[in-house]
Design a protein around this ligand. Sequence first.
Ligand code: HEM
Length: 319
Amino acid sequence: MSDDIPEPQAVCHPITRSAIFLVATVGPEKDHADTVRSWCGDVAALVRAIGTRAPVANLSCVVGFGSDVCERLFGAPRPASLHPFKEVRADDRHAVSTPGDILMHIRADHMDLCFELASQIMEKLDGAVTVVDEVHGFRYFDLRDMVGFVDCTENPSGRAAESFTSVGSEDADFEGGSYVIVQKYLHDLKAWNALPVEKQELIIGRKKLSDVELDASVKPSSSHSSLTTIEEDGKEVKILRHNMVFGRPGSAEFGTYFIGYARTPKPIEQMMDNMFIGRPPGNYDRILDYSRAVTGSLFFVPSAELLDDLADREPSAGK
Ligand code: HEM
């Protein structure tokens, strides 16, 4: 990434052991919007204040904003590719769209730091927002997701991760920003675990124990790894995932929190179409026979610099 591109938020920071995902809506009054706007200028200082006390714990927070609230909070212009989350429906498979004006993706190697930051953030936003979803995620063994496979292996890293996730000159006012889609999945683990491992491996497209990709000669075109491999102009387009598991065994709740960052929403939307509708239609992702999306939202993540500057924005629309 060239030097004159604004510094992104902590989108490409390494995978941590813990995370808290908060999705909130902003109240209808002018005061509510004012509180959120001024909070934008405080986020980095809060992360520094808490993170400095445990420097090796990699505390970070990425903040994103949904389509409905963008102009109201910050005025024009708006990020070129920001729109409401696109639902996908095919047979009984449904990628639902659920409310969300602000996403806070808090990460650290220790849950106490995530918890402290989330508490401080909520104190600042008190009365201005309503949290509509809160998930406390944890690392499961060697980066396994709830269906028992290693997750996030094929993430891009280093400069590739930045170029796949950072808006460039195509939307000059928002350079260094990203788009992020979150979906909370609940699994029918009883049914999944009743499948022979070989069948699970054909559904995912990788070996369960070793995480090695199945050979092309045996990997079905309906496997998760096939349907989420996409190309544009003959080149593979990647996204950056920071999925985490969550759950409450006492209530038989077993989940994977999907979070994918990209330079535009398009590749993630394409992957979702492939999974839910199928490529070609009908050749859908069998993970969905055992997993159900219960949330779905799209957010724009401004660069770190722009997030800080948003505190001083005078939105054109009075509220
Ligand atoms: C039920 C929820 C999901 C589970 C349990 C899951 C699990 C996995 C696993 C185990 C892998 C293989 C290892 C890896 O490369 O990470 C994988 C790969 C991948 N997944 Fe998912 N995933 C889920 C949802 C999604 C969604 C909603 C998307 C995008 C819309 C997605 C995009 C990808 C991509 C891009 C890859 C890498 C494909 C490759 O290059 O081989 N996943 N996922």
